[in-house]
Ligand binder design. Structure first.
Ligand code: IMP
Ligand code: MG
Length: 175
């Protein structure tokens, strides 16, 4: 893969694979006798989710939810809305939300609140990356891949203006 000069590698694909293995082990341990509904937050989580579910030897179901908050900027607009509703019934299900990154926490807090109103049996969060330095709303991350510094990160599903999602590693976008 051609690496563009403004991208600085933060997490290699090997390190990502190890983290996915570890997260899958933690999730399998906790959901052993359950049939969880995994809900991926579009679009950023789709690469992570695809790798994670293939390590999960569980009778799981999956769905997606679309949220818009960012637009074409690096800063959250703070205005969050559901752009694509969850199709599966959530009531009484053991729901595990799969997110690419928790930054200010505004998006995921909104989503967790939206899902909670649907009365799942349980509701947990798995996030590939966590940028705690920018948090504005406290968020409980039940399964965390990596903590990343206060940089805009791309690759492995994460985008900047819809670009770089296809990179196999995670990079910091340098100014
Ligand atoms: P939050 O509402 O500020 O927590 O932002 C969460 C959403 O913004 C994530 O689901 C991402 O789609 C996007 N986002 C936040 N930080 C980054 C980043 O560093 N790279 C790519 N997307 C990001
Ligand atoms: Mg995004």
């Amino acid at each position: 893969m051609v690496c563009q000069p403004q991208l600085k590698i933060l997490v290699s694909h090997g390190e990502i694979a190890e983290a996915v293995d570890r997260l899958a082990r933690e999730i399998k341990r906790d959901y052993q006798d359950k049939q969880p509904l995994l809900i991926g937050v579009l679009k950023g989580s789709f690469v992570f989710m695809a790798d994670l579910i293939r390590q999960l030897d569980l009778p799981l179901e999956l769905d997606f939810v679309g949220i818009s908050s960012y637009g074409a900027a690096r800063e959250s607009s703070g205005k969050v809305k559901i752009a694509q509703e969850v199709q599966s019934p959530v009531k009484g299900r053991d729901v595990l939300v799969i997110e690419d990154i928790v930054d200010t926490g505004i998006t995921i807090s909104f989503l967790l609140h939206y899902l909670k109103k649907k009365r799942p049996a349980s509701l947990k969060l798995c996030a590939l990356t966590d940028k705690p330095s920018r948090r504005r709303i406290p968020v409980q991350i039940d399964y965390r891949g990596f903590t990343v510094p206060n940089k805009f990160v791309v690759g492995y599903g994460l985008d900047f203006n819809q670009m770089f999602r296809n990179l196999p590693d995670i990079y910091a976008l340098e100014d």
